[in-house]
Design a protein around this ligand. Structure first.
Ligand code: G3P
Length: 214
């Protein structure tokens, strides 16, 4: 299972990378807006910092515009993946981009049939937003399970990025289902390594070590 970090903040990316288990980065316009610097400048800095895939989202909503913007974003670096919204115009653009060998991450996916359409269009990645589904009393992780079944049935290569992750359980269930990737906000990334019994146990071991004759 791969771990991506869901942020446009270079400091969070650097801190997450220090864990030694970071495989990539996803961003979106909302995340970039928090950084308060120009869009392309932020994406370029991230793509240079990280070897793994970096998702950069288009702003255009018509297929010709998406393709134009995607080609420009792809010039930032070989690791840039173009994030395209899951709308009809987006799917048309994904089909064109996949034909050109440009990798895509189809975003704002909220059901399994949308994910099926994205895979048929040739998406490299699909991003179901589990947290936003939970927010409206739908089961986000059920959608992931359905996508896994459909992709397995037909042998699609499209990788599932569990997105809109809000808590450690999203990651645990994603891993149990065998989802390829979870994209995780830094706060959750940091929290999943921690357990109070680990800290208590370690403190006791270190205390007891002092009693060992030197
Ligand atoms: O990368 C997009 C996605 O993860 C958004 O998450 O928390 O805004 O629903 P959130």
């Amino acid at each position: 299972m791969k771990f991506f970090i869901d942020t446009a903040d270079i400091n969070e990316i650097r801190k997450a990378r220090e864990f030694g288990i970071l495989d990539g980065v996803t961003t979106n316009p909302s995340l970039v807006s928090k950084v308060k610097r120009p869009y392309l400048e932020v994406l370029t800095e991230i793509a240079r910092e990280i070897e793994g895939p970096v998702s950069a989202e288009v702003i255009a909503t018509d297929s010709a515009g998406i393709v134009r913007e995607a080609r420009e974003l792809a010039k930032i670096g070989g690791n840039v993946v173009i994030k395209v919204p899951l709308i009809a115009e987006g799917l048309k653009a994904v089909k064109t981009l996949s034909g050109e060998g440009i990798k895509t991450n189809v975003t704002l996916c909220f059901n399994a049939l949308q994910a099926l359409m994205a895979a048929k269009a040739g998406a490299t990645y699909i991003s179901p937003f589990v947290g936003r589904l939970d927010d409206i009393a739908s089961e986000g992780m059920e959608v992931v399970e359905e996508i896994m079944t459909i992709y397995d049935n037909y042998g699609f290569d499209t990788e599932i990025i569990v997105a809109s992750v809000r808590n450690p359980l999203h990651i645990k269930y994603a891993a149990m289902m065998g989802a390829h990737i979870a994209t995780i906000p830094y706060s959750v990334f940091e929290s999943i390594v921690k357990h109070p019994l680990t800290d208590i146990g370690l403190a006791k071991f270190l205390e007891d070590y002092k009693k060992v004759p030197k």
